[in-house]
Design a protein around this ligand. Structure first.
Ligand code: ADP
Ligand code: MG
Length: 238
């Protein structure tokens, strides 16, 4: 299992300072949630961890290894976005196995791994369907399946449930929490939704204006908010 460490990470777009010195340790196997208002830099920070964005300065260590300069494919991570981006002309099985096909893995291996992955996500009965014949929750599970099949050490989720309706969202929250328990992988989950943060996280990182306001367990933030911002945002009566 793999830890993720950020050391004084900063990011500017031109003269706009978006990430203003973030130091953070996410333990191996932890479910860590980044929460904060829209525009506070959550997605940018996640993209820097994934390697889709380069930081202006600072260091990123994954599993103790300095990956600051590494390509996304070299980081042992998988990213799941809010837009599912499934291939409409491919079946569920082909969508899930797509990355392995690209990597030219043997057909038998792909089909075995697709089966295992579909089993974990309760998609086994849907393998021959096309995305348009799936519900929103099923599509999101296929998108997660595409990430899982590559056996990543670290999962990054950027508001993966925000396109779903409320009841499906709470069901998917439970499923993701179960998935975390099953896989034991390190997960970093971005949301602007306090309820998601409070119900899913081992550790919550509250971001505001490109800086960390507080890091702690849901109970710690609730009972001992470090700043009025955290108190207001998490919604405790203090
Ligand atoms: P969040 O995910 O918390 O809503 P983002 O990380 O998407 O916030 O954005 C943080 C800030 O950085 C915003 O002010 C946004 O406009 C700005 N920003 C993000 N990406 C870029 C970019 N590629 N170029 C310029 N500004 C950007
Ligand atoms: Mg965002």
């Amino acid at each position: 299992m793999t830890s993720v460490v950020l050391e004084d990470v900063r990011k500017s777009f031109g003269s706009l300072d978006v990430i203003k010195g973030v130091d953070l340790t996410i333990e191996a196997g932890e479910f860590c949630v980044f929460v904060g208002p829209s525009g506070c830099g959550k997605s940018t920070l996640l993209r820097i961890i994934s390697g889709l964005e380069t930081s202006t300065s600072g260091k990123i260590l994954i599993g103790g290894k300095d990956v600051t300069e590494a390509e996304p494919s070299q980081r042992g991570i998988a990213m799941v976005f809010q837009s599912y981006a499934l291939y409409p002309h491919l079946t569920v099985a082909e969508n899930i196995g797509f990355g392995l096909s690209l990597a030219r893995r043997p057909k038998a291996e792909i089909s075995e791994k697709v089966k295992q992955t579909a089993d974990v996500l309760q998609l086994s009965h849907l393998l021959d369907r096309k995305p348009k014949a799936l519900s929103g929750g099923q599509r999101q599970r296929v998108a997660i399946g595409r990430a899982i099949i590559r056996n990543p050490q670290v999962f990054l989720f950027d508001e993966p449930l925000s396109n779903l309706d409320a009841s499906l969202r709470s069901q998917m929250r439970l499923e993701l929490t179960e998935l975390h328990a099953k896989l034991g992988a390190t997960m970093i989950y971005v949301t602007h939704d306090q309820v998601e943060a409070m119900t899913m996280a081992d550790k919550i990182v509250v971001l505001n204006g490109g800086k960390i306001e507080q890091v702690g367990s849901p109970m710690t933030l609730y009972n001992n908010p470090a700043t009025p911002f955290v108190a207001g945002f998490i919604g405790s009566p203090k």
